[in-house]
Write a protein that binds this ligand. Structure first.
Ligand code: MEV
Length: 289
């Protein structure tokens, strides 16, 4: 029996644009998913296509038990976290000796397959390695972990990442003259943010700009807009939707002393707040339960 865990993630900058090879910045965050795998003669029934693929790709059969602190279909990378934790637990239980890098790559292939070809390696990489990561078309760079106090607001409206990514692809196909400059501008916020990692006021403003660009891309939602405005009004440096959009979560960057106030403002909008910060570990072996 082997138990592994993996963290969730938030996109601070660049979601959707990364699907087109642009740069983006994502950060691993505290809530984790825990997966226990045990050798078994027969496969336990798994309903998720991600999990089915994990066992298929690793060429083994087993049973598994999942405990998750991450809400699913909410933009916090729960499918990637479940996938990398499951692959890591399979790797350990069956002594397969894949490196963390290899597991991250296999997890990305699984996400891409399940999401019909449209996925960036961001979620799986960040969940595997933890920390603050600059994603590029063919590069990944670990950035110095800043102490960024974040408050996440979960709308409770589930979204389908593959569908949102497809919607943007359709918009780009029919209106390239609008969508191409929007994707470039989103990457512009990422690039400016790299110079402002120690300037939360500037970083917050860039998050606001990124949010507006995502809304122009068509991936906003009225409830996300409400939470973003409520967080800013409560004193956040900035706030934006995070992940695929169309529901799911928003993230606010706050002065430490105002985190509870921002969380209260999100709660007052009937959404679930979560005060969090960076996870620097990535996947981790846990004591067996
Ligand atoms: C989903 O968390 C972020 C998207 O950019 C898709 C991806 O990167 O695979 C929308």
């Amino acid at each position: 029996m082997a138990t592994w865990s993996a963290p969730g993630k938030v996109f601070l900058f660049g979601e959707h644009a990364v699907v087109y090879g642009k740069h983006g910045v994502a950060m691993a965050i505290r809530p984790r998913v825990y997966v226990t795998v045990r050798k078994a003669r027969r496969m336990s029934e798994v309903k998720s296509p991600y999990l089915e693929e994990c066992f298929r790709q690793m060429g083994v059969q087993g049973s598994l038990y999942i405990r998750s602190q991450l809400p699913s279909s909410s933009g916090l990378g729960s499918s990637a976290a479940v996938t990398v934790a499951t692959l890591s637990a399979i790797n350990d239980e069956f002594g397969l000796s894949h490196s963390r890098e290899e597991i991250s790559t296999i997890a990305y292939e699984i996400e891409k397959k399940v999401q019909r070809g449209r996925a960036s390696p961001t979620d799986t990489y960040v969940s595997s390695f933890g920390g603050l990561i600059l994603m590029g078309a063919s590069s990944k760079r670990r950035l110095p972990p800043p102490g960024l106090p974040l408050v996440i607001g979960n709308t409770g409206i589930s979204h389908n990442t593959a569908r949102m990514v497809e919607m943007v692809a359709d918009f780009k196909r029919t209106h390239p003259e609008i969508v191409v400059p929007l994707l470039d501008a989103i990457e512009g916020t990422t690039k400016r943010a790299l110079h402002s990692l120690n300037n939360p006021r500037e970083l917050g403003w860039l998050m606001n700009v990124n949010h507006s660009l995502l809304e122009a891309l068509g991936v906003g939602h009225p409830v996300l807009a409400r939470l973003v405005l409520a967080a800013r009004a409560a004193g956040a440096f900035g706030a934006k939707l995070t992940g695929a959009g169309g529901g799911g979560c928003m993230v606010a960057l706050c002065p430490s002393r105002l985190r509870s106030r921002v969380a209260g403002a999100i709660k007052a909008c009937d959404a679930s707040p979560l005060i969090t910060t960076i996870d620097t570990e990535g996947t981790r072996k846990e004591k067996d339960v």
